[in-house]
Ligand binder design. Structure first.
Ligand SMILES: NC(=O)c1ccc[n+]([C@@H]2O[C@H](COP(=O)([O-])OP(=O)(O)OC[C@H]3O[C@@H](n4cnc5c(N)ncnc54)[C@H](O)[C@@H]3O)[C@@H](O)[C@H]2O)c1
Ligand SMILES: O[C@H]1[C@H](O)[C@@H](O)[C@H](O)[C@@H](O)[C@H]1O
Length: 337
């Protein structure tokens, strides 16, 4: 028996295949023991060259495969609730890609199941909490040098959206990251949301409301605004400026490589999340493996996933109604105190 943590990866698409590579070649202390995808050809391709790994069409079969001790869920959001409940039924620790569950009712069922178990088993894949720039901003805000935060101005741009992307997904898929980051950076719940629609870009697919301007209110009286633009065409840009009583701080300005030639100064712009957040995913998965081997959950958990889904759901209602929508959260169970 290997002393490496045996992980079943559910879903072998963009994120799943990248996490398989990461578990196999980047992080220490883990190995890929099984992979599941209804497209078994894709699953087999993702694990090509890896020893002692089984390939399954069904997620449940991968959870029951030999050597599986933990689960990484990278299937589409609507498949997450069933996968989480199946993992909990087997007592398996989980790293679940965002969203925990797209609808808050489903997220609540997952939370109730974990509370019934009486111990935390799941972490949600909000990888920005592991990004070096976000970590510096968090530590600056927590240190108090800038004083009380008043506003966060956020930008979230993608080059283009996948073919099945809907107007609601700008809020509940893309902005779910800002929802979690704002809750974490400010240490406050988001209490209300309003979504404004500038004129849609002519580069956006027909009918897609893109960009959107999302405004959150927080329990501590701060405001968080997000420009989300998923067909901007020119780069993957994620930025955040915190404006506080005694100063401001900004991250996300792509300071990685600047090339100067006779034609001027040129700075690289990431093309997608796998590039922009590569280090953050590595740190996230390593931290999850380490915590899991120590029998703990240290990252964003089921309460964070539930809160993000509830806020996003209010956001979608705000987009549809054009009005301000209050966020309703159930009381936080003691398990997540
Ligand atoms: N953290 C991030 O920055 C980030 C980035 C992209 C996607 N995601 C999340 O990762 C998840 C996967 O997204 P993706 O872009 O890789 O999607 P994808 O469409 O590229 O891949 C999903 C894969 O899951 C498979 N699948 C479908 N139903 C399944 C099931 N029941 N069990 C197992 N596999 C199943 C599909 O066949 C497909 O191969 C989503 O939850 C998405 O929101 C997170
Ligand atoms: O699912 C993806 C992913 O979460 C990315 O990090 C985000 O930038 C995209 O907008 C979203 O569609």
């Amino acid at each position: 028996m290997s002393d490496l943590l045996g992980v079943a990866v559910l879903g072998a698409g963009h994120m799943g295949a990248d996490h398989v590579r990461r578990l196999d070649r980047v992080v220490s202390g883990a190995r890929v023991a099984a992979v599941a995808d209804p497209d078994t050809g894709r699953a087999a391709e993702a694990v090509a060259g890896i020893d002692d790994v089984s390939v399954h069409a069904e997620a449940a079969a991968a959870l029951d495969a030999p050597g599986v001790e933990a689960v990484l869920i990278a299937s589409p959001g609507p498949a997450h609730e069933e996968a989480l409940l199946e993992a909990f039924a087997r007592g398996l620790p989980v790293l679940c890609e965002k969203p925990l569950v797209p609808e808050s009712a489903g997220a609540l069922r997952v939370m109730e199941a974990e509370v019934r178990l009486g111990r935390r088993l799941a972490q949600v894949g909000f990888m920005r909490r592991y990004d070096a720039e976000y970590l510096r901003l968090k530590s600056l805000l927590d240190g108090g040098r800038l004083g009380r935060p008043l506003m966060l101005h956020c930008t979230h741009r993608n080059v283009s959206s996948p073919p099945d992307f809907t107007s609601a997904m700008l809020v509940n898929s893309s902005v779910s990251h800002e929802i979690d980051a704002a809750r974490w950076l400010l240490g406050q719940e988001l209490t209300a949301v309003t979504v404004l629609r500038p004129r849609s870009s002519s580069s956006a697919p027909e009918g897609l409301i893109d960009p959107q301007f999302v405004l959150f209110e927080t329990a501590g009286g701060a405001l968080v605004d997000v420009e989300v633009f998923v067909n901007c065409g020119f780069g993957y840009q994620v930025a955040c400026e915190a404006v506080c009583e005694a100063g401001s701080a900004r991250i996300g300005d792509e300071r990685s490589l600047a090339v100067t030639t006779v034609d001027g100064r040129h700075e690289e712009v990431a093309r997608d999340y796998l590039v922009r957040f590569a280090d953050a995913y590595d740190r996230e998965v390593q931290a999850w493996v380490d915590a899991t081997r120590a029998g703990r959950v240290t990252g964003p958990g089921v309460w964070d996933g539930y809160a993000a889904s509830a806020v996003a759901e209010a956001g979608v209602r705000a987009l549809e109604s054009g009005g301000r929508v209050a966020v309703e959260l159930v009381p936080r169970p003691d398990l997540y105190a």
